[in-house]
Design a protein around this ligand. Structure first.
Ligand code: HSE
Length: 316
């Protein structure tokens, strides 16, 4: 193969009750990476678009570059001549797994270019190294679903022991990104180092309940389980009108509502596209009334994850 273009989707991490251990992929937005063989030895980043000049083009300092370098090094192909283009089509600091999508796209694109010697699951550690180079934290709840697709449960982040959960047929999401930026590092620092036994018990019950609900396509159980007593109560203050947006989503029929990853994006999980559209519009209206501009993404759970595509869409 002489050139490959790939798309890695945005993700909703935590899914309320699964802090650092649960995430799902959505259809859009996401990041694109193009790679092609080159006569010049080593990996070079030759173009970056959609990043507002924020991303370094030195491969060792760039999430997509670090993931690709780590993979090439592992395969003993560090000298292989490769040109990489990165096309960001999602915002930074959005709570949508922006750095994870770039890292996943970088590792997957290079692997595809050289004939896919590794499976998607085997690419996980390399994509993780790429993401960790951006925010310093090691949690697979964005990288896992962006790479593998679907709803991914992480039993252990250090071991990267992950499993794809069943996705009920009619499960849709409404994700709304208000135009403010929250640094993941800051959103992690405001969390307590210790929690009470009672909060731990509640959270474990809800996480188990959500997983049972997904396995059994039990929307009632899913709905009763989408609660977060650990991160949401602390992080909600970073998101204007959070509880008003939650009230609006639930009144529109959502199964549950919470913060996407570290925020500021929020999500509603819904039974069916129609409810997702109603809930999404209701959330968007709350932000717009502040006024706070925002983008709404309605999507079923993206069960495929990163994939090869024909071309990169132009910047809008
Ligand atoms: N689980 C992470 C967090 C996701 O909530 O901080 C952010 O990337």
């Amino acid at each position: 193969m002489s050139a490959v273009t790939v798309f890695a989707p945005a993700t909703v991490a935590n899914v309320a009750c699964g802090y650092d251990v649960l995430g799902f992929a959505i259809d859009a937005p996401g990041d694109y990476v193009v790679v092609r063989h080159s006569d010049q030895s080593g990996l070079r980043i030759t173009a970056i678009t959609g990043d507002e000049g924020k991303l370094p083009s030195e491969p060792a300092k760039n999430t997509a570059g670090v993931a690709a370098l780590d993979l090439l090094n592992h395969l003993g192909k560090s000298d292989l001549g490769i040109e990489m283009e990165i096309h960001k089509r999602m915002p930074f600091g959005s709570g949508l797994g922006s750095s994870a999508a770039s890292a996943v796209a970088g590792a997957f694109a290079v692997n595809a270019l050289i004939g896919s010697p590794l499976s998607k699951k085997q690419l996980l550690p390399f994509a993780m190294t790429g993401e960790a180079s951006a925010d310093g934290a090691w949690h697979a709840d964005n990288v896992g679903p962006s790479l593998l697709g679907g709803i991914v449960f992480v039993r252990d982040n250090a071991e990267l022991d992950v499993a794809k959960l069943p996705v009920p047929d009619n499960l849709w999401s409404a994700v709304v990104h208000p135009d403010i930026e929250i640094l993941t590092k800051v959103a992690r620092e405001i969390l307590p180092k210790e929690i009470s036994l009672s909060d731990a018990t509640t959270q474990i019950g809800n996480l188990g309940g959500l997983i049972c609900g997904l396995i059994q396509s039990d929307y009632g159980m899913i709905s009763r389980s989408i609660h977060d007593v650990i991160a949401e109560p602390r992080r909600q203050k970073l998101i204007p009108e959070f509880y008003e947006a939650k009230r609006a989503a639930m009144a529109a029929g959502a199964l549950g509502f919470s913060i996407s990853g570290a925020g500021p994006s929020v999500f509603a999980l819904c039974e069916g596209k129609e409810v997702a559209e109603k809930a999404g519009a209701a959330i968007s209206k709350v932000f717009s009334a502040i006024p706070l501009s925002n983008q709404l993404h309605i999507s079923p759970i993206n069960t495929e994850g990163v994939r090869v595509v024909a071309e990169v869409p132009a910047l809008s």
